[in-house]
Structure formats: C-alpha cells, structure tokens
Design a protein around this ligand. Sequence first.
Ligand code: AMP
Ligand code: ZN
Length: 464
Amino acid sequence: MDLRLYDTLSGEKRVFAPIDADNVRMYVCGPTVYDFAHIGNARPVIVFDLLFRMLRYIYGPDQVTYVRNITDVDDKINDRATRDFPGLPLNEAIRKVTEKTLVQFHADVDALGALRPTFEPRATDFVLPRADGKTDMVTLIKELIARGHAYEAGGEVLFDTQSMPDYGRLSGRKLDEQQAGARIAVDAHKKHPTDFVLWKQSSADEPGWESPWGRGRPGWHIECSAMSAAYLGDVFDIHGGGLDLIFPHHENEIAQSRCAHGTQAMANYWMHNGFLQVEGEKMSKSTGNFVTIRELLNDWPGEVVRLNMLKTHYRSPMDWTLKGMEESAKTLDDWYWVAADDRGGHPSTKVMEALSDDLNTPQTIAALHGLRNLAAAGDDKARGKFAASLRMLGFLNESAADWSARKQQSSGIDAARIDALIADRTAARARKDFKESDRIRDELAAMGVTIKDSKDGTTWEIAR
Ligand code: AMP
Ligand code: ZN
C-alpha cells in the first residue's frame, strides 16, 4: 500500500518515497511560546502527529525522526515579558514567560494524544556556533553572505531574493510582479521589496547576541533553516505547518537553506494544514472569538478534541462548533464502550488505505463506523481491528472503566447514558447475545451502577 501525500510545491499528490527508509525525516514549525495555544494551533499538532504515527507504523518507530521547534525569541515574547514581569531583568523575564508557556503547551498537546516529537529544539540554543558543531544561525548567515546571497545594509543582514532564480516557487509569487504591485513601504536599504531580514540589531533593552554584525538577534525564518539542518540534514523528507506559513515563512526557509547548502531542495514534500475558524467566524483576540486548547480541555477529554479535529480532512478549511464537539463526544463514548477493552488485532486495511490517501480522515472515520457496527453485532475479529485502528490513530489511551468513571466525575451520573446502555443490553438479550449483554452489565458495574432485572423491566441504582 503506497502512502500518497499532497505536496504544496509540486501541487499534486505524490507517492511518498523517503530519502532513507531507515531514517525518515520530518520537520514541523512549532509554537511561539508567549501565550496559551489556541485550537487553531492544535490543528497542525494533531495532523502531523497522525502523520508521524503513520510513518512509524510503516517504517518502524525507531526509523522516523520528527523535529518540531520552539520559537523562544520573538518581539511578542519580549512584550509579554516586560508586561508580566516589569521588575525583572529582561532575560530573566523572557525565560519565565517561555518556560511557563512551554509547560502549558506540553500539557495541552499531551492531552490531545500527540506523541512528543523526537527533538524539540529551542531557537535560542541555535543562534551562535555550538560546541557540538550542529548547524547554527550565525554560521548559516555567514555562508549566505559568502555565497553572494545576503548583504549587510542599514544595520541588518538581508537575504538577496534576486540572487535566487526561482525564489517564490512555493507560493507561486514572481519577483517582478511583487515589485510592480508592492504597496509595502519599501525600506530604502533593501535592494528589492521582498528581501527579508536574516539578522537585525538589538537595542540595549532587547535580547541580543554578539555576532560579526554587532549585537543583535535573528530574523524569524532563519531559525527553522538552522534547526532543521541541525537534526535532519541539508535535504530531508517532509516539511509541514499551517497554510499561513507558505508565504513568507516557508518560501524564505527554502531560499535560505537551498542557497546556504547549494541544494536543489530543502524538503521533498511540503505539507500544509488548512485554517480553522470557530462557529463560522475567524478567530481573533480582539473580538473575543478565541478558544484555547486549555479551555476546551476543561470541558472535554482530549480525545474528543482530537476526534473532532480529524473529522475534517487536514487540507480543508474547518469550522469548529460546539455541536460538532457534542457529536464527537457521543461517538467516542460509544467507541470506548465497544472497543476499549479489546487488546488484539491489527489496524484494518480499509482504515490504512484511507489514511494512505493523503491522510483522508473523513474516509477513515467512515471505515471505523463500519467496523464498530460489525463489532457491536458480535464480530470479534472486527472488534480487534476496530480497537487496533483506534489505537493507531491515537485513541483509547484509557480503559473503558476509566473513561466512563472520568466522565461521571466531571458530569455527575449520566442517566441518559445508563438508560441507553440498559436498552442496548435488553436488545442484546432479546437476540440471545449473552456475551454482549454480560459485557454491558460489566461496563455498568465499572461505572458503579448495579442493575436489577424483573418482569417489569430493568432498574438501576448507584452502588454504594
Ligand atoms: P503560530 O504560533 O501563530 O506561529 O502558529 C503555530 C502553528 O499553528 C502554525 O503552523 C500555524 O500555521 C498554525 N495555525 C495558527 N492559526 C491557525 C488556525 N486558525 N487554523 C489552523 N492552523 C493555525
Ligand atoms: Zn518554520
């Protein structure tokens, strides 16, 4: 079964062929750590976690290297640090902001069932040449200057976009069109309006590093060129992120990496997730239409958030709604009930085929519903495949008993759920499926519910 992935650069779905099947390499742009991550930020985390799991399944868990960076140098971080810790020296305040935010981020994405990447480098550790010789930003910038792709002007080091004949290929922007239509106030020191900053000077109250160009800090794009090369080499397999990063961020990463290393490609597959909005509106802090992962996790198990995200194909725009979450919660309750205590089986072929088609998760979920129905009708083989498929997708991290106990704790006793289980049990008994009816009785017992059958029907009570 071939894995096919949509590549933004070539504009087509292509069969995935890794450079080295013993070390499949993926880089995804990570968070800027100054505030709680929102549900839009959760989309690339979940989507590329799914791809990571797929690659590990196909090539082996030790054969895949996944790097997701942490951007801990950024003007938004500086602003937050001076606002929240006015008494502290800037560097200390920055460290407090980034460390606190990173702890929050990890707790959030762990709860979403996302595996930790193999490496999570922090940008500030890759500004200056390193003792271990891994690629760093200053060395890359020096290389770009030496090869005639960058120049110093106005106290900055800028990338010379006109020095790269096919600059703009990823986003489909041509240099001459941009010059003609440029509305951006052109900084006088730039040779071309699309030239971008590799290094800029820092004032005394900004974080800075001593460099050949004075005390300063890196531009945004160079960090990913440095950290991807440090862990994955000059050319690697997959580079991912949200759609908004295609231009300028990924375009400029490609320019830097290819020109510094003299290569024809930075990564062989460029993958981008579509944007997410909330209840039909763009997320925006100013209008208050803004949902953090943390807020959602107060109300819902992380796996419900994960399932809800995967109901939409990763490249499509997505509308995040309360109604969708309620449906996802119901689906997952049902799936836990049917499958969570089954430990056997391999993922189903239908599920793997759907995933192999550019992570077609809507089709994957349709296949799961089919398996669920077979399993609920007593097909043990289907139940095994169903459970193994769900685990492969990052679900069923708890036992059925823990899942329903947690649910009860957070919402009190779910009487409707208990009534539904009892109705299912009655139906199972009517068709003489006693295995199933016993299983339901056990599940109810695990929820702390005891049932009593009489000729008038079944009653239940909470066991004390
Ligand atoms: P940021 O911290 O804003 O750089 O974003 C981190 C990641 O989240 C990037 O891959 C963005 O493309 C992605 N992202 C941000 N907002 C959204 C959104 N509303 N929908 C989908 N992805 C988003
Ligand atoms: Zn990046």
